[in-house]
Design a protein around this ligand. Structure first.
Ligand SMILES: [Zn+2]
Length: 378
């Protein structure tokens, strides 16, 4: 069974209208429930065709009654961003109204849950999960978002907050396939990373900024830490799946990634049938605090010496920044070096550097900063 729903967002300008399309497979309320969305960062092209290819596979599975759980799909999660053409480039990462990143500041349910869920908790973990999901839904339903983007964010959360699995499909700039996922979900979620062929899996219990995946998953472990007398499992496996780089829309990638998503949903018993054997995890997960966000220290043109996929040692030169109008000899060519041993998993698409701009990301096993809470890029 498949249904299609359209939800209209409030007007930002008279005479304009944007809407969200929601696809639903399986019986509403059946378990497990999975939620997948593409294009929350509307400029991240690979997420759309991958999800579209999955939709075709789900259509076929639905026709032969093979959907066991409930699967909710939002094929284009950010119609606001999709309208952001500027100088012939689609933008889509930041709200033009207030410059807030569309994948930050999703509603954090934690405090309201802490304040109200206590009396409903018991020794029964399953009942606790049910009670927390019901209460989350009530909190979301009572909120009155002010603007179009806040309404959109809350609408997305209203569709996903009670899911067992939430996969938010994104991509990086020029990158390997990698995942962001909550530390308490590891290693239980290792099959996702292995199935997707992730070359890096970055773990944080609180990356800061409330990205969409953590708005869904983090309440569970914070509640478990708060209500220590009651069993509260990490009941939502939410991950940000980075489908390589902005231009990675090759047909074989789309086919492979959508097959892997389908296989994962089969393994997690949302779809009947036997998935292909699980591939080996390519690289062990590493802490998000171990990511070296390599920053340029000078202005100029980036000449990369290393590519995504290369393993680096601390002190290795990743790039040179060439300044064509240096004020002294030092500025002419400035080398940028790795601060850690690890895998170069992302670098920029454009080649212009300014002091402080992140030009590469390296996944290292050793933490480079002590505290979590502010670990994401702009
Ligand atoms: Zn993104």
């Amino acid at each position: 069974m498949k249904s299609v729903e359209t939800r209209v967002l409030p007007q930002t300008s008279p005479g304009t209208r944007r809407a969200l399309t929601i696809l639903r497979y399986g019986l509403a309320g059946s378990r497990p429930k999975a939620y997948l969305q593409a294009g929350l960062h509307a400029d991240e092209a690979p997420s759309y065709p991958v999800l579209q290819a999955l939709i075709e596979k789900l259509d076929e599975a639905s026709e032969r009654d093979a959907i066991i759980g409930e699967i909710v799909i939002v094929p284009a999660a950010n119609p606001i961003g999709l309208a952001q053409w500027r100088d012939d480039m689609l933008q889509g990462r930041f709200d033009f109204v207030n410059s807030i990143n569309f994948n930050r500041q999703h509603h954090d349910l934690i405090q309201q849950l802490i304040d109200s869920i206590g009396p409903q908790l018991s020794e029964n973990a399953e009942q606790n999960v049910k009670a927390i999901r019901t209460r989350s839904g009530e909190i979301i339903a009572a909120l009155q978002p002010q603007d179009e983007a806040a309404t959109l964010k809350l609408l997305l959360l209203s569709l996903s907050h009670d899911a067992d699995i939430v996969l938010d499909l994104h991509c990086d700039l020029d990158a390997l396939l990698h995942l962001y996922i909550g530390t308490p979900l590891w290693p239980a979620a290792e099959d996702l990373a292995a199935q997707m062929g992730a070359e890096a899996t970055l773990l944080a219990a609180d990356s800061g900024g409330t990205p969409f995946d953590e708005a869904n998953s983090r309440p569970w472990w914070v509640l478990a830490e708060h209500f220590t007398d009651y069993p509260i499992p990490p009941a939502c496996l939410a991950a940000t799946v980075e489908l390589r780089g902005l231009s990675d829309t090759d047909p074989d990638m789309i086919e492979g990634d959508s097959d892997n998503l389908f296989g994962f949903l089969q393994r997690r018993e949302l779809i009947s049938g036997t998935p292909a054997p699980l591939p080996e995890l390519i690289n062990p997960a590493t802490p998000l605090t171990g990511v070296d966000y390599v920053k340029a220290r000078s202005a100029g043109i980036i000449v990369y010496l290393k590519k995504p996929g290369e393993w680096l040692k601390k002190g290795d030169t990743i790039a040179r920044i060439i300044n064509p109008l240096p004020e002294d000899n030092v500025q002419k060519v400035v080398e940028v070096k790795s601060r850690t041993d690890g895998l170069l998993f992302s670098r920029n698409v454009d080649r212009f550097a300014r002091p402080g701009k992140i030009i590469a990301k390296i996944a290292g096993a050793k933490a480079l900063c002590e505290a979590e809470g502010n670990l994401l890029t702009l």
